[in-house]
Design a protein around this ligand. Structure first.
Ligand SMILES: *Cc1c(COP(=O)(O)O)cnc(C)c1O
Length: 364
């Protein structure tokens, strides 16, 4: 019997469970563009309350949530500062520049983190001949650095610095659920006290099929709805999708810690086999190995799907559709694939972080 495929390419590959499908099928709906979908409203209200915001907007994707969030904070010809490996730069089709006319400027504090120390060197007031910083963007957790977590302390320091400088903060919290599971930080503290807007994703760790929610202040909501409409993100009976999100909040949040132990298991297994692995902080494991594309192809032939965010980095992401046994099998297959793919090459010990993963084909 052929073993089942183990799909570790991304936590976006999960399929809705029976319970989730049932919740979707029975959702009460209305026309959300008219503001009449009770299930969408329930989801928006629940998330706004959870993270301490007065407004929320359900959108089809994390990319759209980020684009609306950034455009509310910075206009054409204005500047947003973010990490050099930010998702908004690498995986969003240059949308801040393309649709928002926003200039981005980067910091590289390490591990994908945006810190007050790094910002102090870069954030600047504008004047007659200098572009001033309007907003700062932080990514929680940071995808390309391997699911790294901004601690509450780091975020508070960023908030203090930006508040003093009159600069806004947008948080791309696509994987904020993982940051919470890793640190135990309550939602209320990770939200409004440290950011002006926060986008949270329902279709990654939570396992819903579609959707993100942009959290913001109620005063900005009308403007955010206009931007969403203009981007083609206005939806009608979207309650069937929002119902999946509500179900996920009830049933899939607590279990995210399992994804983290599975990531730790993968990391330990690969490290024991002599490979250099960044200790995962959450559900993303980065392994340094030569010939990453070749490793990906070899492992796929054995039913283990992973990705190569760089020429010598293989990425594994755990989620609710992969259990412990599947991860154990993935370790065996990957160890074999890596030893075949890079014969004669030394395993280098990885001291820094793997942020130079430029050749990425993998979004998310
Ligand atoms: C996945 C992801 C997004 C985009 O989400 P989509 O729903 O795929 O558009 C944004 N930011 C980060 C950090 C992500 O990991």
């Amino acid at each position: 019997m052929k073993a089942e495929t183990v799909d570790l390419r991304s936590d976006t590959v999960t399929r809705p469970t029976e319970g989730m499908r049932a919740a979707m099928a029975s959702a009460e709906v209305g026309d959300d563009l008219f503001g009449e979908d009770p299930t969408v409203r329930a989801l928006e209200e629940r998330l706004a309350g959870m993270f301490g915001f007065s407004g929320a907007l359900f959108v089809p994707s994390g990319v759209m949530a980020n684009q609306i969030g950034l455009r509310l904070l910075a206009g054409p010809g204005e500047e947003v500062v973010c990490d050099a490996e930010a998702h908004i730069l690498a995986h969003e089709e240059a949308s801040p520049a393309r649709y928002g006319g926003i200039q981005t400027r980067t910091v590289s504090a390490g591990r994908g983190l945006v810190t007050a120390e790094a910002l102090a060197e870069v954030v600047r007031p504008g004047n007659a001949y200098t572009v001033g910083t309007r907003a700062v963007e932080v990514e929680q957790t940071h995808t390309r650095a391997g699911g790294t977590v901004h601690s509450l302390e780091t975020l508070r320091a960023v908030r203090k610095l930006t508040a003093d400088a009159g600069v806004a903060v947008h948080m791309d919290g696509a994987r904020i659920w993982n940051a919470q599971a890793a640190t135990g930080t309550p939602s209320a503290q990770y939200g409004a006290p440290v950011a002006d807007s926060l986008s949270v994703c329902l279709s990654k760790g939570l396992g819903a099929p579609v959707g993100s929610v942009l959290l913001l202040s109620a005063e900005c909501l009308a403007c955010a709805r206009k931007l969403r409409h203009g981007l083609g993100g206005g939806m009608r009976q979207a309650g069937i999708l929002a119902a999946a999100g509500l179900y996920a909040l009830d049933h899939h949040r607590e279990r995210i810690t399992e994804d983290h132990s599975n990531a730790a298991l993968l990391a330990a297994g690969l490290r024991d086999a002599g490979y250099s692995v960044r200790e995962p902080e959450t559900n993303i494991v980065l392994v340094e190995t030569p010939g990453a594309e070749d490793v990906v192809a070899r492992a796929a032939r054995k039913g283990v799907l992973v990705s190569a965010p760089g020429p010598s980095v293989v990425r594994l992401v755990t989620h609710l559709d992969v259990g412990r046994n599947a991860c154990q099998r993935a370790v065996e297959v990957l160890v074999a694939a890596m030893s075949e793919a890079g014969p004669g090459m030394q395993h280098r010990v990885c001291t820094g972080h793997m942020e130079k993963a430029e050749e990425s084909e993998e979004a998310a």
